[in-house]
Design a protein around this ligand. Structure first.
Ligand code: FAD
Ligand code: UDP
Length: 377
């Protein structure tokens, strides 16, 4: 008879996927060990406290969802404030509201009524109508036309992704709403906010009572780690798990430059986008505005897009046709891999937002432990 292993689950990665899965596994009495190669838990939603300001260490994170179950779930771990994301974008010296709405159209064209704006958009998009957009550029021209595209999309997108907008998938730009009201809310979801006290409240709440070991790289000693548990939940890079044997999946990386400044208000908004190619960063985040902070100091973060090379953090999957073809091969290998569940933004190679990662982990937990655990816990 095989010896009983010490843990039921070894969970590789303490980000939202790993933490959510561990939470439900523990609730049904499973013994879990969570490991992470970083020196903190929480993955990319980790916040660092800088004298009362919660600094989103891996870029601005705004929680939003349409799913009442997921909203109620996260509200068990933290109280969410009323923050509504309303970024502004600086393009060629002029400030515009985002997402594309009546304020943006007024700033661009001087139009005042929705009828005037719709007419202008119709004129702008007419040459691109009737053809299924094959890439991000065609999608943007089809949706908003050349004026908005040239002022607010093309240069930002090309520096964000390091590729021509013609080489990028159309779905990326469909993340942004287009509306004919004076509404600067970046999202259309029913629920939105920032957890008071930062995102660590959520991941720490999910991981409460669960053993977590930091600075442990699963791939550096996978035989040892696998020997510890019956099942592995792997939330790291999918191609790395398979030793890149089918080729390398492409990612986009970022570099964050954090600065503490002795001023109470640097830019008057949490998120300011820099549309121009000549500016090397895509946005500046002023973290205190996520929680309406009144501290005498502030912390800002410059976000520089970077080419991904092995060893750098993989922030965004590049879901174009070439990479998706490679992904499908790895996905088949993953499905055939016994005793391992692959989940999260890296292992599923999907441009997931937080609520989608939680949803994906809940689906897996429901499938394994029975759907009713999602209601009971
Ligand atoms: P991660 O958070 O990446 O966690 C994976 C963990 O696994 C990491 O801690 C990593 O160290 C660990 N790991 C990997 N490999 C190994 C290994 N070999 N051994 C041990 N540990 C390992 N979503 C929103 O909803 N709203 C937003 O506003 C938003 N903004 C974002 C801004 C940026 C710049 C980025 C990059 C993402 C943003 N997201 C946002 C998405 C959000 O960050 C993700 O959906 C979510 O954090 C992914 O959780 P995860 O558990 O899948 O992955
Ligand atoms: N985008 C843009 N201009 C902006 C903001 C976004 O062209 O000012 C495009 C860009 O291609 C980006 C995509 O819209 O990658 C999605 O934007 P989002 O803000 O959702 O990106 P994320 O927060 O995930 O980086």
């Amino acid at each position: 008879m095989a010896a009983t292993k010490e843990y039921d689950y070894l969970i590789v990665g303490s980000g939202l996927y790993g933490a959510t899965f561990a939470y439900f596994a523990r609730k049904v009495g499973k013994k879990c060990l969570v490991i992470d190669k970083r020196d903190h838990s929480g993955g990319n939603i980790f916040c660092r406290d800088e004298e009362g300001i919660n600094v989103h260490a891996y870029g601005a994170h705004i929680f939003h969802t349409n799913d009442t179950g997921i909203w109620n779930f996260v509200n068990r771990f933290a109280t969410f404030n009323r923050y509504t994301n309303s970024p502004v974008a600086l393009s060629k010296g002029k400030l515009y509201n985002l997402p594309f709405n009546m304020n943006t159209f007024h700033q661009l064209w001087g139009v005042v009524t929705p009828e005037e704006a719709k007419q202008k958009i119709e004129e702008q998009t007419a040459p691109y109508a009737g053809k299924e957009p094959a890439n991000l550029e065609e999608q943007a021209l089809h949706l908003v036309g050349p004026d908005v595209y040239n002022a607010l999309i093309r240069e930002y997108t090309e520096k964000q992704w390091g590729k021509s907008a013609r080489e990028l998938p159309a779905f990326i730009i469909r993340r942004l709403p287009l509306r004919f009201t004076y509404d600067n809310n970046y999202f259309t979801d029913k629920y939105q906010g920032i957890p008071a006290g930062g995102y660590n409240k959520i991941t720490e709440g999910l991981l409460e009572g669960i053993e977590v070991r930091l600075q442990q790289d699963f791939l550096a000693d996978r035989d040892y780690f696998k020997s510890l548990a019956d099942t592995v939940v792997y939330t790291g890079q999918l191609d790395a798990y398979f030793d890149f044997r089918e080729g390398q999946l492409e990612y986009r990386s970022l570099r964050f430059e954090h600065k503490r400044l002795q001023t109470d208000n640097f830019q008057g908004n949490a998120v300011v986008n820099y549309s121009d190619a000549a500016v090397p960063y895509t946005r500046i985040i002023e973290h205190k505005h996520f929680e309406f902070g009144t501290q005498p100091h502030t912390v800002i973060t410059y976000e520089y897009p970077e080419t991904w090379t092995p060893g750098k953090e993989c922030y965004y999957p590049v879901n174009d046709d070439t990479n998706m073809a490679i992904f499908r091969i790895y996905d088949q290998l993953a499905q055939a891999e016994e005793g391992v569940l692959f989940g999260g933004r890296l292992a599923e190679y999907r441009y997931y937002d937080m609520h989608q990662v939680i949803g994906s982990a809940m689906t897996a937990a429901g499938r394994i432990f029975g759907k009713d655990i999602l209601d009971r816990h």
